[in-house]
Design a protein around this ligand. Structure first.
Ligand code: NDP
Length: 303
């Protein structure tokens, strides 16, 4: 039997709707400031998307665009000013930073109470201590998709074998911490590039999170029958025709599509539930960012 799809688009829209009504009810208008150094095109795309989503739910969004030539100390000073500004309730530091800057040193300057991306050492430390404040958005979004399935099937996470492939600070590790938390109590295995026998590890998973960034690295045949599969990967790959040649667009350039880390078609035949890519974890990230922004504002305003 083919797996049921976990509709991240619909679930994230429900989160956004809830954020909008909580803002209306509380009367607190969060003010999110994105700090961007230089004009990286991918980062500018995210900024436009964040601004649109923020304004749609009633969050004020300001972009502080800084010159590429700014020094690290000046950037840290700018962040400290935002920390001290009572009108600002959330801060996002857009990546990438110019070459030579120490990303961690700059991130550390963000007041954890305004750290809506959950990436400062304090936010991550609180997560490790199982008293999370603001949690990295993609990790939280991925776990909430699992929780949506668990609720729908009247199941529980406790005791499930959970395998996470990927150990980054923004996805793999925070997912591991969330799944280990007392309120979830999964048994967690974290895999990475040095893991031996990845297929066997994946095959043991009742719940699988894939966060690698390599197209179709997780084969469908590895998936345990009845597993819940949450694919965080976002990979752009060329579209191929039946003979394996690239399909061209109207400009004669290769056409691209987005795929996950999991071989979706084959995995779908074994899993019970699976996220599509696109339309799974992707839209959850911005929705959780908006919810983190609201929660930071409510706490700062004591509402
Ligand atoms: P990173 O590159 O920071 O981490 C990738 C992880 O995968 C590393 O821990 C690495 O291991 C592991 N890895 C690499 N190769 C293998 C392998 N052959 N076998 C097992 N593990 C391997 O990526 P991110 O965590 O930032 O992102 C992961 C994916 O999620 C990407 O596709 C990214 O685009 C996507 N993403 C999606 C978001 C969204 O939905 N909005 C947001 C953030 C990310 P090691 O540590 O040993 O190097």
């Amino acid at each position: 039997m083919s797996a049921e799809l976990i509709d991240g688009k619909a679930i994230s829209q429900a989160i956004l709707d809830e954020v909008r009504s909580r803002i209306e009810e509380s009367g607190v208008v969060p003010h999110l400031v994105a700090v961007q150094v230089g004009e990286d095109p991918a980062s500018m795309f995210y900024v436009r998307n964040q601004k649109k989503k923020a304004e749609a739910v009633g969050i004020r969004y300001t972009l502080r665009q800084l010159s590429e030539s700014i020094s690290q100390n000046e950037l840290i000073e700018e962040i400290r000013r935002l920390n001290d500004d009572a009108d600002v309730t959330g801060i996002i530091l857009q990546m990438p930073l110019p070459k030579g800057m120490d990303r961690r040193a700059v991130q550390r300057a963000i007041n954890y109470r305004k750290d809506v991306e959950g990436i400062t050492p304090t936010s991550l430390g609180l997560l490790l201590q199982d008293r999370p404040a603001l949690v990295p958005c993609t990790a939280r979004g991925a776990v909430e998709l699992l929780e949506w399935v668990i609720q729908k099937t009247n199941d529980k996470i406790e005791g499930k074998d959970c395998v996470i492939v990927g150990r980054s600070e923004i996805v793999g590790k925070p997912v591991a911490m969330l799944m280990l938390s007392m309120s979830r109590s999964a048994t967690v295995t974290v895999c990475h590039s040095r893991t031996k026998n990845l297929p066997d590890k994946v095959a043991s998973a009742d719940v699988l999170f894939a966060a690698v960034g390599k197209p179709h690295i997780i084969k469908g045949e590895w998936i345990k029958r009845g597993a819940i599969v949450i694919d965080v990967g976002i990979n752009r790959v060329p579209v191929l025709d039946e003979s394996g040649n690239p399909v061209l667009n109207e400009k004669g350039k290769p056409k691209y599509k987005t795929v996950g880390d999991v071989e979706f078609e084959a995995a779908k035949e074994r899993a019970a539930w699976i996220t599509p890519v696109p339309g799974g974890v992707g839209p959850m990230t911005t929705a959780i960012l908006m919810r983190n922004t609201l929660e930071a504002a409510l706490r700062l305003k004591g509402a």
